[in-house]
Structures are given as structure tokens and as C-alpha cells.
Design a protein around this ligand. Structure first.
Ligand code: AMP
Length: 278
């Protein structure tokens, strides 16, 4: 497995392989890898001949006062996991090689980014689009794999790829959960014992909503109110509970197949998200 630190080195590695007719898959991550990330690697291996995992805690997607400094990091452990899971190259650029001191170009998606996580994290998706575009330009992949866990991110990246004509196919892998239902997240490492218990409120709220839908409930407002109650009872501070169209992210009044239920809440000081497609 090759470890690559510079954009030029990454491009050269990919071009070499593509000259031999190889198809490259990119798995963008911020590291502190868990089974969710590794499921994306498995999917990437099915879709391409060479898998590049990117390991970069992107400063531009964190707002002031968010957890950029506290975000968990362990590059040695991540590299070991990559080696054992068949990653061909890890791109782990230093902050300075990704963002030059006078970096002044950003990519802002202007329709889907104002809602859900974008409403409570202004500038977050501008940072995400900018870094994903940069990672695509460094890795030069034919396909990139993202997790359903970040459903809004998928909608926005698909829009960016469409609107800016990136020649990259976007693949999505299902959310991987702990045995008790909590969606895996690098941020789970920051939960203390009480917050870890409270955190179950997110997946519980989604499960209850899916059951209510299966039992015939169609009124979004009623289901969302119940989801909030469940999360609050678990000890969470709710950021949002929403029922939206999975592509447009516009709220829907009536639940239907394909509707995205999305939640965000704070467990202790840690912001967690989860979602479920009906
Ligand atoms: P992150 O390192 O949290 O930025 O996530 C990197 C990629 O892994 C994103 O495409 C996420 O959607 C995906 N991911 C994170 N958690 C999970 C999970 N529990 N299951 C599946 N994919 C995930």
C-alpha cells in the first residue's frame, strides 16, 4: 500500500494506473476509521481495480467553535486498517499542501445546502464541496463511494458532479450500525457513558417513525413530533427532525416510500446525525 502526501504525487500515481487501463475508486474520509468507512472500501473494491482512501480532516468544513481541534485522529491505526482491507493507496495531504495560504476559490452549492445540517452549520457544505472537488482533482477517480449516513452530503455531491460536469460516478453504501442501532461515526469516540446511552435516541426515533409508517401513518408533522419527543426523552438536545424529498431535500407533508427522515441532535457536546429512507 502506498502512502501519498502531495496532490502532484497522487495525480501521478493515478495517471500511472489509468495508463494501464485501471479504474480508480476514491473513498473520501476524515479518518479515525470504523466499519462504516471499511464498508465503503469493500464497495470500492467491487467497483474498481484500484482503491484510494483519502484521510484528511478538512478545516474548511468546520465552523468557528466546532470540533475541528477535538476531532479524533489516529493516522497510524488508520493506515494499518487500510493495509489490512486492501486499500491500494492512502492520500493523506498536510493542511498546507491542500490549502495554500492565499487559497481563494471555494465551491458553494446554493440550493440544497441551506437546509438540515446546512442550516445549523453555515459554510459546512461549501467546505465539503470544495474539498471533495479538490480530492477528485488529486485522485482522478472514475468512481467515488460515499455513505448513506450523510444523506444531505450525497444529494449535494451529486448536484456538484452534475452541475460542474465532474467525470466521476457517485456510489452510495448503506449506513453501518453498532449492534444496538447507533450509526457508526468517528465522533462516537467522543461520547461519555451517559451520552452514549442518549445517542441511541436518534436511531430509536427513526425506527419508531419507520414502524408508524409501516402501520399506515402518513402525517409527517405527527411523526416528526413523536421523533422529537423520543430524542428529548433520551436526553438529546434536538437540532432537527425532518421528513424531506431525498433528492430536493424539500419538506414533505405526507410520508411516502422514498421519503428521507433525517435527524441531528447533540449528545453531551457531540453533534450526531442519522437518517432513514422510508
Ligand atoms: P467521515 O470520515 O465521517 O467524513 O465519513 C467519510 C465517509 O464515510 C462518508 O461518505 C460517510 O458518509 C461515510 N460514513 C461515515 N459513517 C458511516 C456509517 N456508519 N456507515 C456508512 N458510511 C459511513
Amino acid at each position: 500500500m502506498k502512502t501519498i502526501a502531495t496532490p502532484a504525487g497522487m495525480q501521478a500515481w493515478s495517471r500511472d494506473r489509468q495508463a494501464d487501463g485501471k479504474r480508480i475508486a476514491c473513498v473520501p474520509t476524515m479518518g479515525f476509521l470504523h466499519d462504516g468507512h471499511l464498508s465503503l472500501v469493500r464497495r470500492a473494491r467491487e467497483l474498481a481495480d484500484g482503491v484510494v482512501l483519502t484521510l484528511f480532516v478538512n478545516p474548511t468544513q468546520f465552523g468557528p467553535g466546532e470540533d475541528f481541534a477535538a476531532y479524533p485522529r489516529d493516522a497510524a491505526r488508520d493506515l494499518d486498517l487500510c493495509r489490512r482491507h486492501g486499500v491500494d493507496a492512502v492520500f493523506m495531504p498536510a493542511d498546507e499542501s491542500m490549502y495554500l495560504p492565499d487559497h481563494s476559490i471555494y465551491i458553494a452549492e446554493e440550493s440544497l445546502s441551506g437546509t438540515l445540517c446546512g442550516a445549523s452549520r453555515p459554510g459546512h457544505f461549501r467546505g465539503v464541496c470544495t474539498v471533495v472537488a479538490k480530492l477528485f482533482n488529486c485522485v482522478l477517480p472514475q468512481v467515488a463511494v460515499f455513505g448513506q449516513k450523510d444523506a444531505q452530503q450525497i444529494a449535494i455531491i451529486r448536484r456538484m458532479v452534475r452541475d460542474l460536469n465532474f467525470p466521476v460516478e457517485i456510489a452510495v453504501a448503506p449506513t453501518v450500525r453498532e449492534p444496538d442501532g447507533l450509526a457508526m461515526s468517528s465522533r462516537n469516540a467522543r461520547l461519555d457513558a451517559d451520552s452514549r446511552k442518549s445517542a441511541l435516541g436518534l436511531s430509536r426515533a427513526l425506527r419508531e417513525a419507520a414502524c408508524a409508517y409501516a402501520a399506515g401513518t402518513r402525517d409527517s408533522a405527527a411523526v416528526l413530533a413523536q421523533m422529537r419527543t423520543t430524542m428529548e426523552r433520551a436526553g438529546l438536545r434536538v437540532d432537527y427532525a425532518a421528513a424531506v424529498d431525498a433528492l430536493t431535500l424539500k419538506p414533505v407533508a405526507a410520508l411516502a416510500d422514498g421519503v428521507l427522515l433525517a435527524v441531528a441532535a447533540f449528545a453531551g457536546g457531540v453533534r450526531l446525525i442519522d437518517n432513514q429512507v422510508l
